[in-house]
Design a protein. Structure first.
Length: 367
């Protein structure tokens, strides 16, 4: 049996449901399935079930699977330990980019950061050992761990990885990568994680929803407004609905009346809030086989560097033309008789083209 040993450096806190326990760190039950899937997809050049079917059809690779190869699980054992705890605390209320502590009954998850994390892998097959060794660093640059992974939580790398090599790995993994150029280069992102995640929250908000505080319109809305057949996003429809059952007068504006649920192109949320009106807007797909569509944008962090990447395994075709039912709650009570239905637009959304346009003349630099 071969033993592989990797020392990891943690760049952002992992959201952990057992943070109060000594030695809380990455969970092998999360890391191993993700590493298995990464290796299978990397070798086959495919994603998901297509990758697994190709993998087990190869006589050599099939021998790397556990048992008779019914499941995409590679035959090795993985052990994870940590050392030098830097941070272990409950997550404060309304922490940027974390949703679990926004309600009246916050969850009990917490942040964990360790000085070092040690991964030991025990494997019998020499060929499989070589592939794990070859791909492990690339796997870490691709993958975040814990909860809220697309928003930069749970970033790790090999301890001795360099910024230059990490950026090469990002480009190999994602193809499209933007790097944020900090105006204040003295910010320590490990010591001041809240500053980092507020920046991620603000940047993502401008891209998807806009920021009323800074009077920045949604870049996504601007994009669909400029299409050959211009579209308009869902917000005016929602505001009109809310105005029908609240005394508030809202600033409702639109460029055209070709309304769609546009924000879903950057991830389908199940709700969002109009805080001043104490209204929660809920989104429910009418297709019962379709529940969630994660954001195709993934934030990565390496030391003091912040990156925005695009998940190239994101199939936007699965959400095109889907109908979304919109309902409302005020003061946590259902609003009766007010609802709407909008479709997700049936467009060929080129996310790379969108980002190139949205991030030009900003602090983001394309690698």
């Amino acid at each position: 049996m071969y033993k592989l040993e990797f020392t990891l450096k943690q760049h952002t806190p992992i959201i952990h449901f057992q943070h109060e326990q000594d030695g809380a760190t990455l969970r092998a039950t999360e890391v191993k399935p993700k590493l298995d899937r990464f290796i299978i997809e990397k070798l086959t050049g495919q994603f998901g079930n297509n990758a697994f079917e190709l993998f087990k059809a190869n006589p050599l690779w099939k021998n790397w699977l556990i048992g008779n190869g019914e499941h995409p699980a590679l035959d090795y054992k993985l052990k994870i330990e940590s050392d030098g705890e830097i941070l272990n605390s409950k997550i404060e209320k309304n922490y940027p980019n974390y949703l679990g502590n926004m309600g009246k009954t916050p969850d009990n998850k917490g942040f964990v950061i360790n000085q070092s994390t040690f991964v030991s892998i025990f494997v019998i097959n020499n060929d499989l050992k070589e592939k794990i060794t070859q791909y492990f660093s690339l796997f870490l640059s691709r993958t975040n761990f814990g909860n809220r992974t697309s928003k930069g939580f749970g970033c790790f790398s090999l301890f001795d990885n360099s910024e230059t090599n990490f950026e090469k790995e990002l480009l190999e993994n994602f193809g499209t990568v933007f790097k944020y150029i900090w105006k204040n280069s003295t910010v320590d992102l490990v010591e001041d994680n809240k500053y980092l995640f507020r920046k991620i929250q603000d940047e993502y908000k401008v891209l998807k929803a806009g920021d009323s505080r800074s009077k920045k319109d949604s870049k996504l809305r601007q994009y669909v407004n400029k299409l050959p057949v211009p579209l308009e996003w869902e917000k005016p429809v929602i505001q009109t609905d809310i105005q029908s059952f609240t005394p508030n007068r809202l600033n409702i504006n639109w460029k055209n009346k070709n309304f769609y649920y546009v924000r879903a192109l950057l991830g389908l949320a199940d709700h969002f809030e109009f805080i001043q009106q104490k209204v929660t807007v809920h989104f429910t797909p009418l297709d019962k086989n379709f529940e969630r569509f994660a954001s195709p944008l993934i934030f990565k962090v390496f030391d003091k560097n912040l990156y925005l990447t695009v998940n190239n395994n994101h199939n936007l075709n699965q959400i095109r033309r889907k109908e979304i039912k919109i309902t409302y709650k005020q003061n946590e009570r259902d609003v009766k008789g007010v609802e709407n239905t909008l479709k997700i637009p049936d467009i060929d959304f080129n996310i790379n083209e969108f980002l190139n346009d949205a991030l030009k003349n900003t602090s983001w630099k394309k690698l």
